[in-house]
Design a protein around this ligand. Structure first.
Ligand code: SAH
Length: 414
């Protein structure tokens, strides 16, 4: 006897077609059993019919027992994103409400009123595959990375609105799914609820004021994942001259300034990012440490800038480049780029100076990245003391290998 498939309360099959049923290769079955949330297209062995984006696919194992249910996407190499394994159960509004409540509860007590910007839902690792929800004060920003959500966005938005009651709710789309969103009538940066005039929202992180460019900015408008590293940088910054390479909107710099840095240099290729950094500084001039810190902006390719300007030495250097490997084939190139970056960073480090090297490339593991940085430091002919390494922030949980991207290592030149 077949187990009852979880009901699909949605009408994308018109309520007429049979549930979409899949069988997988033995290896894929094992991955799912081990808790991995992705089914790749080439591991689908059998399926009873074609499916549409966002519909529920029910996966049965070799013994015809229910294995998992997930969101189907006919155009993605990640064909199914698993949402539930174990005993069959309906994946309906109640299911998603429970998921939302769990994600919210997971963050309860983590942030006081001095931090009003943080991640509420971190994709697969919070049981919401390919979906992110960030809070900036009274604005919530929903970002979807898979077309599967495009047929489900209305009910998802309604759930968030009713349960979390934001003053404003914004929809962001990863670039690859923008074309697929057109028929649904949504585009990147749409304000789905609340005040539509503004493009940015003020919020607090560790008591510092920041602005999130929620309609057009990278990610959802700010890099919330670096909060813990910024706090560490603040604790190390006293009386130091700081270079913040790949600064974006100056997150690390403001913490360094509050921590007593003598000067901070924001280095970024984007004029837009540097303009935001300047605004973020002015938002915090009420703090004497920030007002007294010399703030320099340098618009340049950081690789080139670091290769030259050798007369410039700093007591604290943060290197936080964008992902240098989007695909597995780019891994080796990324490792070389990290080596080059660390070598040229070290060339600018004054005696006693601290280097903070970060990587957000999921294709490069923490172990590999730390090895590359340690080796580059070892070859520099200078002596280093390793202060610490860090991984993901608590509001950015990572429950499987591909979700782990962020790592940082702190070295002090003797
Ligand atoms: N450290 C930042 C986040 C960095 S995101 C924070 O804490 O918020 C990466 C930044 O690198 C982006 O602002 C992007 O504009 C910048 N960037 C990308 N390529 C660059 C390059 N070649 N040189 C300098 N900046 C670059």
């Amino acid at each position: 006897m077949q187990p009852t498939p979880p009901t699909n309360s949605r009408s994308d099959t018109g309520g007429k077609s049979a549930a979409l049923r899949l069988r997988l290769t033995a290896a894929a079955e094992n991955h799912i059993r081990a808790g991995h949330p992705w089914v790749f297209a080439d591991s689908v062995r059998e399926q009873n019919r074609d499916g549409v984006a966002g519909e529920l696919a029910v996966i049965y194992d070799r013994k015809d027992q229910f294995l998992a249910v997930g969101l189907y996407d006919p155009r993605s190499p990640i064909r199914v994103r698993v949402v539930h394994t174990g005993k069959p159960r309906p994946v309906d509004q109640t299911f998603w409400q429970e998921r939302l409540e769990t994600a919210v509860r997971r963050r309860e007590g983590r942030f006081d009123e001095l931090t009003t910007g943080y991640r509420l839902i971190n994709g697969e690792s919070d049981g919401w595959p390919g979906l992110v929800l960030d809070r900036y004060g009274t604005t919530l920003v929903l970002k979807v990375y898979t077309a599967a959500w495009l047929t489900r966005w209305e009910e998802t938005v309604e759930l968030i609105r009713v349960y979390l009651k934001p003053q404003r709710l914004v929809m962001r789309l990863s670039r690859n799914i923008e074309p697929a969103a057109l028929p649904a009538g949504i585009s990147d940066g749409d304000v789905l609820h609340g005040e539509k005039q503004e493009d940015s929202q003020l919020f607090l992180e560790s008591g510092l004021h920041f602005e999130a460019d929620f309609r057009r900015g990278q990610k959802t408008g700010f890099f919330l994942d670096q909060r813990e590293n910024r706090r560490i940088v603040e604790s190390l910054a006293r009386r130091r001259t700081v270079l913040n390479a790949f600064s974006f909107s100056g997150g690390f710099s403001l913490y360094a300034a509050r921590g007593g840095a003598r000067s901070v240099t924001d280095l970024d290729i984007s004029a837009h990012a540097l303009a935001a950094a300047k605004r973020n500084f002015s938002l915090n001039y009420n703090l004497p440490a920030v007002a007294n810190c010399r703030h320099e902006l340098a618009q340049a390719d950081a690789f080139e800038w670091l290769a030259g300007n050798l007369g410039r030495k700093f007591d604290l250097i943060v290197l936080d480049p964008p992902s240098l490997a989007k695909r597995a084939t780019e891994r080796a190139g990324a490792m070389r780029a990290y080596t080059r970056l660390v070598q040229s960073g070290i060339a600018h480090l004054a005696a006693g100076g601290i280097l903070v090297a970060c990587s957000c490339s999921a294709q490069v593991t923490a172990k590999e990245f730390f090895r590359v940085v340690r080796e580059a430091a070892g070859r520099s002919g200078r002596e280093f003391q390793e202060l610490r390494t860090t991984r993901h922030a608590p509001d950015h949980p990572a429950t499987f290998k591909e979700a782990e991207y962020l790592k940082a290592i702190y070295l002090r030149r003797r």
